[in-house]
Design a protein around this ligand. Structure first.
Ligand SMILES: Nc1ncnc2c1ncn2[C@@H]1O[C@H](COP(=O)(O)OP(=O)(O)OP(=O)(O)O)[C@@H](O)[C@H]1O
Ligand SMILES: [Mg+2]
Length: 501
């Protein structure tokens, strides 16, 4: 926009042309001159200019005709009429026909420059407005294009998409969603959510998202059953321009095939584990017969070999038991008989059993209790989870570490905490450690053997007891696993500890 303005001066009097040229070029304008109307028209035929200064009285083609042609071809170019005293009336008439202004000869320089300046400003303003309008049109076009593109993508997606507003009314959904929900009914938006997805668990999740209970960055994943199919629904808050929660977005995916495959894999692992266990148990029995000398005395070396073999067999049996446990948990058959259970006693026994080993590894193992209350649980299961957590804490702590186990009444729950001063777990790894077979690769714990099933079992057991487990960890500082298990009789003094024990 900072380009030089181009002015055409049309006058048959040379001194006027020269005068205009001098004054205007001195003020930064580019000036072209024409001595008659014909030359002016020839110049205009080559392309537009910014301003025209036009004498009315010229031989052959007069200013009026030039004005007429200019108005018709370039209606935006401001034309300033140059008049002698005798032609003022005609100049006024020219203004009626679209001239921008007029100046009378002889010129007063100040006024002349001012008039041209005003015409230049008008021209610049108009050019700016035009550019702005063009850009606006382009933006609108882009926006429309973007909108229709988005619509096409959403409508063609294989996954179901559903967007609700704050009142849980569906404001956008795609054909895939209706297909996954197995409805053929046409539904106009906005529609109440229950008309499209009548699943209490999902509606609950969306309500929680809307009340801001869940963090706004988190998306919640859950499985829902529709007919014979299993769908995974991933829901997240839809944020408005001010970052407040304006609604929810849910994407639904059909995972029936994955579920079937996963089931087949679990069945296979389960079957193999079963088949392996009985011969291993027999081998173990035979070995222990050998060790006890029931098949004749063994030399020291022979005894040593058999013992080493036994240790390997024991860890194999342990692995197989873990695999079978996971399979049982997944089938919902793990918790056998729940009785009132004293968690404190179980912890004491396990600590007593593991303390010497921990000491050998240079780790101090301590425990403390406050306000113990019995929980309704399967004692074997409780042993297993506490055992798992403590052995992890010991295994993933370097020499000189501390592992402390505490149990306390916490309102309607018993809280069991296992804290260590070990290697810690990176925040990115934290959500994965409860997955089956997941083990963190850490240079300091490479020598620790394991299958990655321990925490999967712990979580499964805790959840089967209607409890909850969470973990906090700082790399190189330590880790805290915290379990909450419901106590048998909910107390009125929720959140208060019972100091009597
Ligand atoms: N207290 C802890 N400190 C640091 N890392 C831990 C701790 N507990 C668990 N982890 C990490 O989580 C992973 C999973 O633990 P999990 O108990 O499920 O399996 P594992 O100990 O490797 O094998 P196993 O099935 O024999 O218990 C571990 O491999 C380890 O990397
Ligand atoms: Mg473990």
């Amino acid at each position: 926009m900072n380009e030089t303005m181009k002015i055409l001066v049309v006058d048959d009097e040379r001194p006027i042309r020269d005068g205009c040229h001098r004054v205007l070029t001195g003020r930064g304008y580019e000036v072209i001159t024409a001595e008659n109307g014909q030359i002016a028209l020839d110049i205009l035929a080559k392309g537009p200019l910014d301003i025209i200064l036009l004498d009315l009285k010229m031989p052959v083609i007069g200013g009026k005709e030039v004005l007429e042609v200019t108005r018709a071809t370039y209606p935006d170019i401001p034309v300033i009429i140059i008049t002698g005293h005798g032609t003022v009336d005609t100049a006024v008439e020219c203004m009626k026909n679209g001239a921008y202004d007029f100046i009378t000869k002889p010129f007063q320089i100040d006024q002349f420059v001012l008039t041209v300046q005003r015409a230049a400003d008008k021209r610049k303003l108009e050019q700016k407005a035009r550019l702005f309008e063009e850009e606006n049109i382009r933006n609108l076009y882009d926006l429309n294009l973007e909108k229709s593109r988005l619509k096409t993508i959403i409508n063609r997606m294989a996954n179901g998409v559903m967007v609700t507003n704050r009142n849980l009314e569906v404001v956008l959904h795609n054909p895939a969603l209706m297909r996954l929900m197995e409805t053929s009914e046409e539904i106009e938006n906005p529609a109440p959510i229950a008309k499209i997805i009548n699943k209490a668990s999902l509606i609950d999740t969306l309500k929680r998202i809307l009340t801001g209970e869940s963090s706004e960055e988190v998306s919640i994943s859950q499985e829902i059953q529709v007919g014979k199919n299993t769908l995974r629904a991933i829901s997240a808050p839809a944020l408005g321009p001010d970052k407040s929660i304006a609604g929810t977005v849910t994407v639904l995916e059909d995972i029936t095939a994955f579920k079937q495959l996963d089931q087949m894999k679990s069945d296979f692992v389960n079957m193999v584990a079963h088949e392996l266990r009985s011969p291993l148990v027999s081998i173990r029995q035979l070995n222990s017969v050998l060790l006890e000398g029931l098949a004749g005395p063994l030399q020291e070396k022979q005894q040593d070999f058999v013992k080493r073999g036994m240790r390997k067999i024991d860890s194999l049996i342990q692995l197989i038991n873990d695999l079978l446990d996971v399979a049982k948990i997944e089938a919902g058959k793990y918790v056998q008989h729940q009785v009132p259970t004293d968690i404190g006693k179980i912890i004491e026994e396990i600590v007593a059993l593991m303390e010497p080993g921990a000491r050998e590894q240079g780790i101090i193992l301590t425990h403390s209790f406050r306000g113990l209350k019995p929980v309704q649980a399967d004692p074997k299961n409780m042993e297993e989870i506490i055992n798992n957590l403590i052995s992890n804490a010991i295994n993933y702590s370097p020499e000189g570490g501390r592992v402390s186990i505490s149990a306390r009444g916490f309102g309607e729950y018993m809280e069991i905490k296992v804290e260590d001063t070990g290697v810690g777990i990176h925040p990115e790894e934290l959500p994965k450690i409860f997955d089956k077979f997941y083990r963190v690769k850490h240079p300091k714990t490479r020598q620790v053997t394991g299958t990655g099933l321990g925490l999967a079992i712990v979580k499964g057991v805790v959840e089967a007891h209607h409890g909850a487990i969470d973990v906090e960890s700082i790399v190189d500082k330590g880790t805290i696993f915290r379990i909450l298990l419901p106590v048998i009789e909910p107390t009125d003094q929720s959140q208060k500890d019972n100091p009597s024990e």
